[in-house]
Ligand binder design. Structure first.
Ligand code: ADP
Length: 276
């Protein structure tokens, strides 16, 4: 936007004064559109289970009032819908909390390998139940990063849950940790990979997966209890940790999600990494 404001004439004559202002509205407009889209999407996502709940309540108060079998069945569905709303609200709150602190770098030295191990242990019963082989591969050494334990646990949890959800039943999911070397030949980054052997993701979807509510297949995501916010939470958490997410996938061959974080090097006398 370019504009000109006339200024009062200076007494005594001379050229009239004007102030020119230049403002780039493109970025402001883009952010405003994103905000409006987000509110519209969030409202739609909340309205869907809410409409289902209202529909079932009306049926239970009317036609199905005396049908004990229908009541049991409907109550089960209503519970699932209410749980879905709870998950959605939890994810929306997590996302806004993370965004609020996105510019505050975390300062706690942590061992990413220990956090990954805790997560794999936590998910082991669910993996067994679904016939999925979930394994952790890590060198016998700490993987030190600066971070917030609960946030990093959540990042790994979202990626492992996705690999188990979309990787196909009876699948193989591997979490592995690696130290990457910088140009000076010294290790300077820690990489965590979550690999599945599922159906993979078509290339046109990959750049959009971290957008809020973007899903390749909305019905399948909902069926799996997804909110469409998992990878957005991962992306914003990693921004805060000065890390990044890289998605590699091939249709029919599976997906690898790579999380890269700066390696923490303790100064002499610095705190050793701990699991938090
Ligand atoms: P959701 O709650 O739908 O799982 P996410 O933000 O975690 O939301 O993921 C966004 C979408 O990315 C998913 O709906 C799914 O289509 C796709 N996706 C994520 N991880 C994988 C994976 N490992 N394999 C195939 N598709 C995946």
């Amino acid at each position: 936007q370019i504009g000109a404001l006339p200024m009062p004439d200076v007494p005594g004559g001379g050229e009239p004064n004007i102030v020119l202002f230049l403002r780039d509205l493109t970025e402001a407009r883009r952010l405003e559109t994103m905000r409006v889209d987000f509110v519209a999407n969030a409202s739609h996502e909340l309205r869907t289970p809410l409409s289902a709940l209202l529909g079932f309540i009306e049926t239970l108060q009317g036609p199905a009032r005396d049908d004990a079998r229908a009541r049991e069945q409907f109550l089960g569905i209503m519970r699932t819908q209410a749980q879905r709303m709870t998950r959605l609200i939890d994810d929306l709150l997590s996302l806004s909390r993370i965004e609020l602190r996105e510019h505050v770098a975390p300062t706690q030295p942590l061992d990413l390998a220990r956090i990954a191990r805790q997560l794999v242990d936590m998910q082991a019963p669910l993996a067994r139940e679904r016939g999925i082989s979930l394994t952790l591969e890590t060198p016998d050494a700490p993987m030190p990063v600066l971070g917030e334990r609960d946030e990093l646990l959540r990042v790994i949890e979202n990626l492992v849950e996705n690999a188990m959800k979309y990787g196909g039943s009876g699948g193989i999911v591997t979490v592995s940790l690696h130290r990457l070397t910088g140009t000076d030949g010294r290790p300077d980054r820690i990489e965590l990979r979550v690999t599945d052997a599922g159906p993979g993701i078509a290339p046109e979807h990959i750049p959009r997966l971290t957008e809020r509510f973007y899903r390749v297949d909305v019905a399948s995501s909902r069926h799996q209890g997804g909110t469409g916010l998992g990878l957005a939470i991962v992306k914003h958490t990693l921004n805060r940790h000065r890390g990044r997410l890289t998605i590699e996938s091939e249709l029919g061959a599976g997906t690898t999600m790579r999380v890269t974080l700066p390696e923490y090097r303790a100064e002499a006398g610095g705190a050793p990494p701990e699991a938090g």
